[in-house]
Design a protein around this ligand. Structure first.
Ligand code: NAD
Length: 500
């Protein structure tokens, strides 16, 4: 049961390949009845799944991983057809995803098993332990830009923590999600992982269904709507939203390496990456050189055939956003160092490199999500940090310097959930590192131990193993007990003095 056989609301989702408009497939837009039935079967499966021990869950998750890996080419083809990205990029996405699934499966026991906790002096007669239980059913809502990697960042960790998952993929990329659900059925007859296809209405129904937690990845605007819906039932939410990532280049940096990473981070996947490089702040003395190197880098990119650097915009309407940001930057006095408004031809957008763009511009303050980058000069590293931190977003960031201490010091000061030093996107491929943002980029964490904890409920147990000398937790406590307490308070807690 994939949840795909329910009734239709109205028209199907008709998926066209963004490269050539050819028909890929169509999928039903599931309505309330179908989603409710799917969540209800997921609830039964959740009890079964939660009752399995860590080893059994690990076995099944690794079997699922192997099924996906054996058919990686098919899955990559589906990603490429639905998003328009090059096949090689899609295959890398599959590999990256499997690394996370592997880590989640293998680290769930270590992270979530019950462990003893210190009870403290006053509680010498109790043994304390902390364990983690699954929420039950997690509703996952995903975007289209990395239609496998981003939702699986929630799905893998939610499943490994013992939850059942109902996944509503983006209306642009239901095919890859459907393949995932089929692979699950091949390894497990229980509907622990199911997919409901549809658009925002299906997503809204899922959020308002009886799911125990929602994991959302998508735009900040949608996260606000989902949070409002979750508020009605106090359903907890993890929100992975948009970004406006900054990259800082110090004067001592390896400029060629920085330029290579900027070109990849800004233009890769046609700039449709939540942690893509959208802004660069470079120290004034190396600004010109860096700009030349980036321009030389984008000038070499090819847009045709198998070697294409990136594909068309997946979402046609995004071209209007890119156009508006570029026009606004130029009107406010920014300069185009490469490309410009003429680079945008519908979904096909060749690289645009802007410089000297005022900080209040749209292309500095809002997510552009296209193959564009702003490279602004700064007078100092402090200036760079202040500008980098001056947007509503706080997802990822990067810094380039040969000075290890400086790199780490800058990383600490950047308002972002994850920072790379001397590379871009490095954290995304390290499963042990938690991922998520602050401010407009959302809250909560996927990936790593934090990702497993995000999909778990802490359960504390305190077991009294002998009678206490002080009888404080019954109505029979004596005056002698209370006299002892008043002597103990200053002894235990009254010794610290403020330092002069
Ligand atoms: P989107 O917000 O338009 O849609 C995301 C998902 O939400 C889709 O499945 C959509 O059907 C669903 N949805 C829309 N309205 C809904 C509603 N009211 N209730 C329930 N579900 C609803 O985002 P998108 O265009 O698909 O994706 C691009 C955005 O995702 C960008 O902002 C990008 O930065 C962000 N993103 C963030 C991360 C991250 O990990 N932080 C990763 C990838 C993408």
């Amino acid at each position: 049961m994939t949840g795909l056989s329910g009734t239709k609301d109205d028209a199907d989702l008709v998926i066209l390949n963004p490269r050539d408009g050819s028909l890929v497939a169509s999928y039903p837009i599931l309505d309330q009845e179908a989603v409710t039935a799917t969540v209800s079967s997921a609830r039964q499966a959740a009890s079964w799944w939660a009752a399995q021990d860590f080893a059994a869950r690990k076995r099944l998750l690794l079997a699922w991983k192997a099924e996906i890996a054996r058919d990686a080419e098919t899955i990559a083809s589906s990603i490429a057809a639905e998003t328009g990205k090059p096949a090689g990029d899609a295959l890398l996405e599959v590999m990256l995803t499997l690394g996370h699934l592997d880590w989640a499966a293998k680290n769930a026991k270590k992270t979530l098993r019950r462990r003893r906790m210190p009870a403290g002096l006053m509680n010498y007669n109790q043994s304390a332990s902390l364990g983690y239980q699954p929420f039950g059913v997690v509703g996952v809502i995903g975007p289209w830009n990395y239609p496998l990697y981003t939702p699986m960042g929630s799905i893998s960790y939610a499943l490994a923590a013992g939850n059942a998952v109902v996944f509503k993929p983006s209306e642009l990329t239901p095919g890859v999600a459907t393949l995932l659900a089929e692979k699950w059925q091949q390894v497990c007859p229980e509907p622990v992982f199911q997919v409901v296809t549809g658009d925002r209405r299906t997503g809204d129904v899922l959020v308002r269904s009886e799911v125990d937690k929602v994991a959302f990845t998508g735009s900040t605007a949608t996260a606000k709507k989902i949070m409002a819906a979750c508020a009605e039932s106090l359903t907890p939410l993890v929100a992975e939203c948009g970004g406006k990532d900054a990259l800082i280049v110090a004067a001592d940096a390896d400029l060629q390496a920085a330029a290579d990473f900027i070109v990849f981070g800004a233009m890769g996947n046609a700039g449709q990456t939540c942690v893509g490089v959208e802004r660069v702040y470079v120290e004034a003395q190396v600004h010109r050189k860096l700009l030349e190197l980036v321009v030389a880098g984008v000038a070499k990119l090819s847009f045709e055939g198998d070697g294409a650097a990136y594909g068309p915009l997946t979402l046609g309407s995004q071209a209007e956003v890119v156009s508006a940001h570029v026009a606004d930057a130029l009107e406010r006095g920014g300069r185009a160092a490469w490309g410009g408004p003429e680079s945008i031809s519908g979904r096909r957008v060749t690289p645009i490199v802007l410089t000297d763009v005022p900080e209040e511009s749209l292309s500095i303050q809002q997510e552009t999500f296209g193959p564009t980058v702003v490279i602004n000069r700064v007078e100092s590293i402090d200036d760079a940090i202040a500008r980098a931190n001056a947007t509503a977003y706080g997802l990822g960031a990067a810094v380039f310097t040969r000075d290890k201490r400086l790199g780490l010091a800058i990383a600490e000061q950047l308002r972002a959930g994850a920072v790379t030093v001397n590379s871009v996107l490095g954290f995304a491929s390290i499963p042990a590192l938690p991922f998520g943002g602050v401010g407009g980029s959302g809250f909560g964490r996927i990936h790593g131990a934090n990702g497993l904890l995000e999909f778990s409920v802490a359960k504390s147990i305190a077991r009294q193993n002998r009678k206490a000398a002080l009888n404080l937790l019954t109505m029979d406590r004596s005056e002698r007990d209370m006299n002892l307490v008043s002597r103990l308070i200053p002894l235990l807690h009254g010794r610290g003095k403020p330092r002069n």
